[in-house]
Design a protein. Structure first.
Length: 289
DNA sequence: ACACTATCCTGCAGGC
DNA sequence: TGCCTGCAGGATAGTG
């Protein structure tokens, strides 16, 4: 599910009940997700206070009061649900969905936060804050697309000399961290660039960003900001922490719209689907060149 | 260096 | 109704 906008939506939902709260009790219902849980996971969390909840790329970080960090990744199908514990009156419906409730955080704020993940590609880790930057998982992460670093010049620097297709370059978390299949497709369409174009073609011979590079940087920022404002995209699994759906999926111009007319004004193209790096690319061959 | 594949896992849609 | 295939928002390891 979750690319940067969905993870940021989750962060904003969790922050009011997690930041400043203590873990009173932690239920860990299985030994592993994508990776084994840390040793004594529940015991190491219980009693700890969350100082802040932040996001980097598609990772969530809960800074704890013992100088450790709880790292959470939602994989493809992870979600968090917040239940306010009201005098034990809350009833959890017996559903297939509940079978994939793997972790429950009971917090001093009175909230119970349940992590659900059918495919179990998500994970949780506990790291010393001092070790975070050097950890292999984070040391090589690329620039944050909603931060100040992303502009045409940054793309030119990252893509210079690369023959790899734009689609693959934009999915590469070592270059830009946080984009996934949906928002890469959407950003390329907004920028009028083919996913098959060589990444290095966005750099002039003098090493300067082309007009396409500037358009792409602006398109990435724009589509992510709009998606965050919409609460992310809910295709099948993504839920906001209050259980509501995001609604950016209604604003998709090309993603999962094979054979639909291209939405670009005046364009008579049809959205096509091709496979790159084993994943679907949706684009319009008429206006994306 | 790069591109593609398989892999982890479950659910769902579509074809028959 | 069921069985089968393929596909899905991520990320990594391994191959050529």
């Amino acid at each position: 599910m979750p690319e940067l906008p969905e993870v940021e939506t989750v962060r904003r939902g969790l922050e009011p009940v997690m930041a400043g709260a203590r873990f009173i009790r932690v239920e860990q219902r299985r030994a592993d997700l994508r990776f084994p849980f840390p040793e004594n996971f529940a015991a190491r969390l219980e009693g700890r206070r969350v100082e802040a909840l932040s996001r980097r790329a598609k990772y969530l970080f809960a800074d704890l009061d013992d100088a450790s960090v709880l790292v959470m990744h939602l994989g493809m199908s992870g979600s968090f649900r917040i239940d306010e514990a009201i005098q034990g009156a809350f009833h959890h419906p017996r559903s297939k969905r509940a079978a994939h409730d793997h972790v429950v955080f009971h917090l001093s704020s009175g909230a119970a936060i349940t992590y659900n993940d059918p495919r179990r590609f998500g994970f949780m880790r506990l790291l010393a804050r001092a070790d975070l930057a050097a950890d292999p998982m984070f040391a090589g992460l690329g620039i944050e697309p909603l931060g100040n670093e992303l502009d045409g010049a940054a793309l030119a620097r990252l893509f210079a000399g690369r023959t790899t297709p734009l689609k693959a370059a934009l999915l590469d978390q070592r270059l830009i961290a946080g984009l996934g299949n949906i928002y890469v497709c959407e950003a390329l369409h907004r920028a009028g660039l083919s996913p098959q174009r060589a990444a290095g073609a966005l750099v002039s011979k003098a090493g300067q960003p082309t007009a396409g590079a500037a358009r792409l940087a602006a398109a990435i920022r724009e589509v992510l900001e709009e998606a965050v404002a919409a609460g992310g995209s809910s295709i099948s699994d993504h839920r906001r922490t209050d259980g509501e759906l995001g609604y950016f999926q209604h604003a998709f111009r090309v993603y999962d719209r094979e054979a639909a007319p291209c939405p670009t004004p005046g364009c008579r193209g049809i959205v096509r689907r091709i496979v790159q790096s084993g994943r679907s690319s949706f684009y319009c061959a008429e206006c994306q060149t």
